[in-house]
Design a binder for this molecule. Sequence first.
Ligand code: NAD
Ligand code: GLY
Length: 361
Amino acid sequence: MVSVNLAERSYNVHVERGASKRVDRYLPEGAKPTAVFVITDDNVAPLYGGHAAGAFEAAGLPVFTEVIPAGESEKTLATVERLYHAMLAAPLDRKSLVVAVGGGVVGDIAGFAAATYMRGIPIVQVPTTIVAQVDSSLGGKTGVDMPEGKNLVGAFHQPLAVVTDPETLSTLPRREISAGLAEVVKHGVILDAAYFERLEALGEELLAVEPDTMHNVVLRSVEIKADVVSRDEREGGLRAILNFGHTVAHAVETLTGFTTYLHGEAVSIGMAAAANVAEVMGLCDGSVGERISALCEALALPLRAPNISAAEVIEAFGRDKKTVGGVPRFVLPREIGKVEIGVRVDEGALREGLVETGFSA
Ligand code: NAD
Ligand code: GLY
């Protein structure tokens, strides 16, 4: 069990094999929901939706389940509005509990619905993808996409608990496994060299998502993210460390219309690019980028985005919601396990690092 320490909003992340079958047992002491509203998607519903609903039914609680179509395209205000109507029809009151069972899309949508329904009701996250288990289920960022861009509307809403079952990863499609592992690699690079070495030693073995191996990996990543969130909930400073590789990743995703790369795949390219930019700037030596690239390659992740130019990437930075005053700030590696946040990069170094990463000149 890992704690996210945020005073009265503190909660535990329970990483345990089989936990998705007994979600009801992980509610904090004294939590007595009047009803449970399970939100899941149509891929996850037949696999794990029933486990969560069944556990709460067996505990004697009224349970309602809402299944949304799978996919990022559903992460909209229209979906949230449909959920509000179903929550009102149930009816849920201010003491009812939302339970999100699924990947980051379900977690972000359900989190936002819970954050805003009757000005906020509790949620338990039951993440079933690697991305959700190591990243989106903890930290309290919730929200939806707008036609203008991803995650542009949202709220911070910390869960009551996170129930993480590494066994659920066994049914994930192969590409989703690789994409999720990119965020795991990120955790090693930003804060834990020994963890990165363990990941290197496992290499492509990680792709088998063997439950005991994944238990250890997910647990270490959860510890790292929980520590960062506990120290900087609202991204006033340190939490920006989690954006390592993400500035270039967002540009790549935007320039390819969010259809070519999964987010983690774009993060892999973004981490390689950040290491190359850092090397051009003399912040780190070439071995950092080589090790990141070798590990990502072993995890079947892409390292370059053909058909995109360095100039297009640089132009896209200006439109990123994290860019302040048109000047992008980067998270760049010093060595494996140590990065600098808020680094200003001049355009020459940026261009050189991007071209080095395979973006055309
Ligand atoms: P996702 O939720 O779309 O899940 C990926 C696919 O896997 C979906 O088709 C889903 O139905 C399916 N799936 C989920 N669990 C499964 C399982 N166990 N077995 C088989 N199939 C399964 O994608 P994701 O990568 O989990 O999450 C991406 C989303 O998370 C994005 O919207 C991103 O913005 C968000 N995100 C949020 C945060 C945050 O801090 N809130 C952090 C990272 C990502
Ligand atoms: N996924 C980045 C964060 O939670 O801050």
